[in-house]
Design a protein around this ligand. Structure first.
Ligand code: ZN
Length: 729
């Protein structure tokens, strides 16, 4: 999920239920549903057929197949793992580690469809299956991670003389697998081990309920407006809101849906303050309405269980456990980085509020700036200071042209060419989805396949995201990557171009960065495609910078009617406005990121999230004119799963790397298209994925660690005199 704010690319990857390599204590019995479908092979489990080494059978997706497919996929992987663990041969890299990498193929295919149902085609029926399967999948994972015989073999390989004779990437693979098991309870025994598994199972259920509660509040609370309540709203927004209301059977009204993509423009443009307040309160109350979708009690239970679980492993708190294998390494280092930036960013909020209050006073509005006024008056300041009209800007931002621009950048930096696949040759899960073959431009060699699902529809999760359907690997024969980008643009009238906002254009590049990261992978083993969470946003954030390069501006940012390139003075204004409102953007983000770390370093016994949030913000000195980007009861990054828990700081960590790497390009003789630096970028920062330690990879690219000053300069904050904090070790 990417809800874009200018420098903060916020995504949730589909982290839920990525199967761990592993094994079972007892083979799982096939369920009755499996027996029922025995006569006909389950399409979700089947080997992919068709071009490009096989592609997902999206045309055969049937929810009735999902549960039996999951059960059969789990049973198959558990049997594979059991065979590895029970092997009479002495443990070796090949018969243990490589064999584990080979396991779970069928289940992985099911997860590709699962991801599409979850993100692109969600429905109450799917969510019911998800809710039911979450604890079973968690139990399955535990059976692998807590398998003593398997772990003994992994440990033996990890400690063997053989390990030192392996290739560096294979040595790293052994370490990643060993460490993943040890950090996830493999060393536990007896009661502790049982408790560990029970906690995981309960957490999986709570995470799913948390996410579904937020979704229910996004779907359940729609603000309907009449024709006399449109003051200030741009025509494009009115049209979209009319369509959204008509879809819900309320022809002639406007539907302000309870999502960021609806709330944000409404608060920016509506000149009716009481309506702004209403929409603001509805949005920031998601999961906090004291009804059956309220998430407060879930937060407390989640935090307590996480704390108890890492206690079993001997850690003081959850954040300590979580950050140990991240680039930041400790909660203290992450907090130190954020607190330095926090001071500068709150000081900037005070300046921004003063500017806005001056405008309100000059208008004789007779108000004091409140959180529902921030975006509205910021837009006025933007117009006054930078004369940058978002709607004018949009005229130069056509979705199709931006996609071509991304292809151009991928061609220049990665030597990638994109060709639409022949009609009908690759199945899609919705008629809006389009598919391209990716080849190496200079040789014509096949690289992978890329899907694009650009438009909003009911049942599609909000925001934008990238997902990988199949990862690159070579250890058992070459497998090429397949991935997708997904967003929620409003489809234009037939024949009319889809015009998008500047933030959305950045998001588009950002998510494409994730896709390029998957497509350029050169790793040998599936596990090495995995990411280090405070590092994997860096590549995609960096890619956003190419949106404002001259080649893209001159050739792709062209007016949708006249075809004229965007005027120089408008570009100059965009660049001048880059640091605009950074107080707001940085502070709302940091408030959420610091809150996340506080939650996971505090003893959660008896914790009341509502009071905790209020008191923590007060202690931080949170300005009253804005709120956390994600308030606790809907902070899905942190409570819908564990991908970003105690890890939301990672976006800023990645921002430091991004700002520092961008300065490398700015200093290079060929600028952003410098050939030598582009090669280093691809070789050290993209293709290796997790086959190399991120700190080493960054040093190989830059010749040194990243420096925090680059981030401060980037946001227009004063650079503290004495710091030379680095994010590289
Ligand atoms: Zn991202």
């Amino acid at each position: 999920m990417h809800d874009a704010v200018r420098l903060f690319a916020v995504c949730t990857l589909l982290t839920l239920l990525v199967p761990c390599p592993g094994r079972a204590e007892e083979p799982m019995k096939p369920s009755t549903e499996t027996t029922e479908t025995m006569s006909e092979p389950n399409a979700l489990l089947a080997e992919w057929t068709g071009p490009y080494g096989g592609v997902p059978a999206f045309d055969e997706m049937d929810l009735a197949l999902l549960e039996p497919a999951l059960e059969a996929g789990m049973a198959a992987q558990l049997a594979e793992i059991e065979a590895i663990a029970a092997s009479p041969e002495p443990p070796t890299f090949e018969n243990t580690i490589a064999a584990m990498e080979r396991s779970g193929r069928e289940l992985n295919r099911v997860f590709t469809y699962w991801g599409v149902w979850s993100g692109n085609l969600s429905s109450p029926e799917f969510r019911a299956i998800q809710q039911e399967m979450a604890p079973r999948l968690s139990e399955f994972q535990s059976k692998i991670t807590q398998n003593a015989a398997l772990f003994a073999r992994i440990e033996a390989v990890y400690e063997s003389a053989e390990r030192k004779t392996l290739r560096p990437d294979e040595q790293r693979l052994v370490w990643l697998i060993y460490d993943g098991f040890a950090r996830n309870g493999a060393t536990l025994e007896g009661e502790a081990k049982e408790r560990y598994a029970a906690i995981n199972q309960r957490l999986a259920e709570l995470h799913t309920r948390f996410a579904n509660n937020v979704l229910a509040d996004e779907e359940g609370y729609v603000t309907y407006l009449g024709p006399d309540q449109l003051g200030g709203l741009p025509d494009s927004f009115v049209q979209a809101a009319l369509a959204a209301a008509a879809e819900r059977g309320r022809e002639g009204e406007l539907a302000i849906t309870n999502t960021r993509s609806s709330m944000d423009p409404f608060l920016t443009f509506s000149d009716q303050r009481d309506l702004r307040e209403r929409v603001w309160r509805t949005y920031y109350s998601r999961g906090d309405n004291g009804d059956e979708h309220d998430n407060n009690a879930l937060i407390t239970e989640i935090l307590q269980l996480r704390d108890e679980r890492v206690g079993l492993l001997g850690y003081d708190n959850y954040a300590q456990w979580r950050l140990e294998d991240r680039m930041a390494k400790t909660p203290e280092r992450a907090r130190e980085l954020m607190e330095t930036v926090w001071k500068a960013s709150v000081a900037r909020v005070r300046e921004e509020v003063a500017d806005m209050q001056a405008i309100a006073d000059a208008e004789g509005a007779g108000i004091t700036i409140e959180p529902w006024d921030y975006r509205y008056y910021a837009e006025k300041v933007r117009k006054a200071k930078y004369d940058l009209d978002s709607d004018e800007l949009k005229q130069y931002l056509q979705l199709d042209k931006l996609r071509e621009a991304m292809f151009f950048v991928a061609g220049e930096l990665f030597d990638f060419g994109f060709t639409p696949v022949p009609a009908g040759s690759v199945p899609v899960f919705h008629p809006d989805v389009r598919v391209w073959e990716v080849t190496r431009k200079s040789t014509g060699d096949h690289v992978g396949v890329w899907y694009l699902d650009p438009f909003a529809r009911p049942g599609k999760r909000s925001g934008a995201w990238a997902s990988s359907y199949r990862g690159h690997e070579t250890f058992d024969g070459a497998v090429t990557p397949i991935g997708s980008n997904n967003s929620n643009f409003i489809q234009g009238a037939p024949g009319e171009p889809v015009l998008i906002s500047w933030d959305d254009a950045k998001t588009l590049f950002h998510e494409f960065g994730h896709a390029l990261h998957s497509l350029s992978s050169s790793v040998a083993y599936p596990t090495l495609n995995g990411g280090v969470r405070d590092y994997t946003e860096f590549q995609s954030q960096l890619l956003e910078r190419w949106l404002t390069t001259d080649d893209v501006i001159d050739n792709y940012l062209v007016h949708h009617r006249t075809g004229e390139p965007i005027p120089d003075e408008l570009v100059a204004k965009i660049k001048a406005a880059e640091t605009f409102n950074q107080g707001f953007a940085t502070t709302e983000y940091l408030a959420s990121a610091l809150m996340d770390l506080e939650y996971h370093t505090t003893d959660p016994a008896g914790l009341d999230p509502d009071a905790f949030e209020r008191e923590t913000l007060a202690a931080l000195g949170m300005p009253g004119e804005l709120v956390m980007r994600h308030r606790s009861p809907h902070f899905g990054h942190v409570f819908s799963g564990e991908g970003y828990s105690a890890g939301y700081y990672g976006y800023m960590w990645a921002d430091v790397l991004t700002a520092d790497a961008a300065e490398a390009f700015e200093e290079a003789p060929g600028g952003y298209y410098d050939e030598d630096l582009a090669r280093k970028l691809v070789d050290h920062l993209f293709t290796v994925r997790n086959a190399v330690d991120p700190a080493d990879a960054y040093r190989a690219f830059r010749g040194r660690d990243a420096r925090m000053e680059a981030l401060m300069r980037d946001r227009g904050f004063p650079v503290p005199a004495e710091t030379s904090e680095t994010a590289g070790h």
